[in-house]
Design a binder for this molecule. Structure first.
Ligand SMILES: *[C@@H]1O[C@H](CO)[C@@H](O)[C@H](O)[C@H]1NC(C)=O
Ligand SMILES: *[C@@H]1O[C@H](CO)[C@@H](O)[C@H](O)[C@H]1NC(C)=O
Ligand SMILES: *[C@@H]1O[C@H](CO)[C@@H](O)[C@H](O)[C@H]1NC(C)=O
Ligand SMILES: *[C@@H]1O[C@H](CO)[C@@H](O)[C@H](O)[C@H]1NC(C)=O
Ligand SMILES: *[C@@H]1O[C@H](CO)[C@@H](O)[C@H](O)[C@H]1NC(C)=O
Ligand SMILES: *[C@@H]1O[C@H](CO)[C@@H](O)[C@H](O)[C@H]1NC(C)=O
Ligand SMILES: *[C@@H]1O[C@H](CO)[C@@H](O)[C@H](O)[C@H]1NC(C)=O
Ligand SMILES: *[C@@H]1O[C@H](CO)[C@@H](O)[C@H](O)[C@H]1NC(C)=O
Ligand SMILES: *[C@@H]1O[C@H](CO)[C@@H](O)[C@H](O)[C@H]1NC(C)=O
Length: 542
């Protein structure tokens, strides 16, 4: 339940508009109008909390002949449904008018609502037995809030215990809670703390701060005051009551506990019990003794188990859910003076973790869900789009707390390190799409070339693969002697494109020609020939 910060009014289910020509009995009634001259434009309505704009296809029906629209309004922070209507008068929508819950069927204008701006953390504010934990709630006209200090007796309420919304304003300011002696080191100017002990019987602290007690209970009200500063005084409003008062007897208590005891409480004991210090500073407990019973607890849910103390005023019922389920509602409830339990019987709902379907994609566009089971014990398994690698655990588990076992993993681009250029060579293509800080994205292609008298050995081009490694190691540039061509009137053996260091060339001359035998070119380690290629010369010319 969330506070409605905007005004009183949220139009909820506009069945009227949606099922326009619904048969009688539906929540719509149209009254035909003879005169079309002062018809109204389509009304500005919020459908289920979302405001509609003119032209919204849910309300584009022709409004020219409509004089009245009925709908259910959702009023106040608890979303109470009331039949409401707006009327078309003189070309304008007037209203809304709503039926009171007391229900004589008459429509009344809605008075202005009130907003609860701030709640002191020591205050417990309740509205129709629902405690209001955060400020910002908006209450309808007439709403009555009960207020008490959370720790009855430990703080003294200063101000009225209830307030009512009257056409936009609260009837009284919210009270405050003053700390008492136990919290102020027993200073003399603090109201005395009153501790409540109920050794037998049962009691409930009511929304307005009253202590409601089942008859027959025994109560000790302990007024805490420093005995060396004097004795406090107990007074009470119940006219017939006679109560034992005095300092406690046990040695560890007798210097600071001034006690009033009520044995076997009766309805006549109802009233206000006030402890006053010698300086006249007081603190009070309001007692209401009544033989009240609540309805027996009946649990209908499948999994829920309950331990019920009883059905008397002040008895509690404590609910539990099995592992994998959690309480939806209040786990322990008390029988209250209204003869109602302090909260409805809860149910067990399966623990579920938040769905990752959308958040995962918003958070990390390259993240893909392989498996997604958000039940307790279920798993979410992730993968990344092509070219990306998971950083973090590949799976999460939905834990008992309803949280995933860790944060969502990330997808980081897979990159290969810059390849090493071979000695006597270089990269032909060093820039690449997706290159980032000298690193290469998956799919990047790099080519190599060798300089001068060097020849590539290995792959001339390599590719960055999904492993984050290159498809092949970079090539080497090996020194090679070049092919020098054929001599005139002869040939060279062996005949190759390139020669390794150490290779020798032999020149074979055509018949009638000859070359000098001793001059055999040898391939040197630096890729050069030891001597130039000899010529083949005509015998007759030698
Ligand atoms: C409004 O919400 C109710 C309940 O969630 C639903 O049944 C109804 O169809 C909704 N109406 C529109 C107009 O969205
Ligand atoms: C809430 O408390 C009021 C009295 O304070 C009582 O009349 C009413 O029945 C209670 N409602 C529920 C649902 O407990
Ligand atoms: C109360 O007294 C104790 C010890 O004497 C001290 O530590 C503490 O600060 C006091 N508290 C207040 C609120 O004065
Ligand atoms: C019931 O709940 C209240 C607060 O939620 C707690 O203070 C109290 O001790 C609980 N009672 C039992 C019997 O668990
Ligand atoms: C929680 O309880 C409320 C009120 O009984 C019920 O409307 C709602 O469906 C429950 N939620 C789940 C998840 O069971
Ligand atoms: C989800 O996980 C839970 C716990 O492991 C299991 O019991 C349930 O069958 C799973 N649901 C699906 C639809 O797989
Ligand atoms: C679950 O998550 C919420 C919000 O992130 C956090 O406040 C809470 O402490 C977590 N619960 C557990 C048991 O980790
Ligand atoms: C020998 O070489 C010269 C020069 O290339 C050429 O002119 C001549 O025809 C060649 N002789 C023979 C017999 O091939
Ligand atoms: C070699 O030279 C002589 C004279 O110059 C010539 O007659 C002869 O034909 C030549 N031989 C060849 C094979 O060319």
């Amino acid at each position: 339940m969330s506070p409605h910060s905007t005004g009183v009014f949220v139009f909820v289910v506009l069945v009227a508009i949606v099922h326009w020509r619904a048969p009688p009995g539906a929540q719509a009634r149209l009254i035909q109008k003879e005169l079309l001259s002062d018809s109204c434009p389509p009304p500005q309505l919020a459908l289920n909390g979302t405001e509609t704009v003119e032209g919204d296809n849910r309300i584009t029906q022709d409004y020219k002949q409509v004089r009245e629209v009925k709908f259910f309004g959702s009023i106040g922070p608890l979303g109470e449904k009331r039949l409401c209507k707006i009327k078309c008068i003189g070309g304008q929508w007037v209203g809304p008018l709503c039926v009171n819950q007391q229900g004589n069927g008459r429509f009344h204008p809605l008075f202005r609502s009130c907003k609860l701006e701030y709640i002191n953390p020591h205050l417990l504010v309740t509205f129709r037995n629902v405690s209001i934990h955060s400020a910002g709630w908006v209450f309808p006209h007439g709403a009555k809030l009960h207020v008490r200090c959370r720790e009855l007796g430990l703080y003294k309420l200063l101000g009225a215990a209830s307030t009512r919304c009257q056409n936009g304003a609260w009837s009284t300011r919210l009270p405050s809670c003053v700390p008492t002696t136990l919290l102020t080191n027993f200073t003399e100017d603090a109201p005395p703390t009153i501790l409540i002990r109920i050794p037998s019987g049962s009691a409930s602290v009511e929304p307005a701060g009253e202590l409601a007690v089942f008859p027959g209970s025994t109560l000790h009200l302990e007024c805490l005051f420093s005995r060396r500063l004097g004795s406090p005084d107990w007074t009470w409003t119940s006219p017939l009551g006679q109560y034992l008062t005095g300092w406690a007897i046990a040695s560890e208590e007798r210097d600071w506990k001034y006690r009033l005891s009520i044995y076997y409480s009766k309805p006549q004991d109802s009233g206000t019990f006030t402890c006053a210090t010698p300086r006249g500073i007081t603190n009070s407990i309001s007692l209401h003794v009544a033989a009240i019973h609540c309805e027996p607890i009946s649990v209908s849910g499948m999994h829920i188990t309950v331990r019920v103390e009883g059905t008397r005023l002040g008895h509690t019922a404590i609910f539990q859910c099995p592992v994998g389920f959690r309480i939806n509602g209040t786990a322990n409830i008390t029988c209250q003076a209204s003869s109602k339990w302090s909260a409805p019987v809860p149910n067990c709902e399966p623990v579920r973790c938040s769905s990752l379907d959308t958040s995962a994609v918003l958070y990390e566009p390259h993240l893909q869900l392989e498996e997604h089971n958000s039940s307790y014990g279920g798993r979410a398994v992730f993968s990344c789009a092509w070219g990306y690698r998971l950083m973090g655990p590949p799976g999460l588990e939905c834990e008992l707390s309803g949280n995933w076992s860790g944060p969502l993993p990330k997808c980081v681009p897979i990159q290969c390190p810059p390849p090493v250029a071979p000695i006597h060579g270089h990269l032909i293509q060093s820039e690449s799409a997706g290159m980032d800080g000298g690193r290469y994205a998956v799919g990047s292609l790099v080519q190599f070339a060798c300089r001068g008298a060097h020849v590539l050995e290995g792959e001339a081009s390599i590719i960055c693969t999904e492993t984050g490694y290159w498809s092949h190691p970079p090539p080497f540039c090996k020194p090679r002697c070049p092919y020098v061509g054929e001599p005139d009137n002869g040939s060279v053996v062996p005949s190759k494109f390139a020669y390794e260091p150490g290779d020798e060339l032999q020149v074979i001359c055509n018949p009638g020609f000859e070359s000098p035998l001793e001059a055999r070119p040898k391939c040197l380690p630096d890729g050069k020939w030891s001597v130039p290629l000899p010529h083949c010369t005509n015998y007759s010319q030698i």
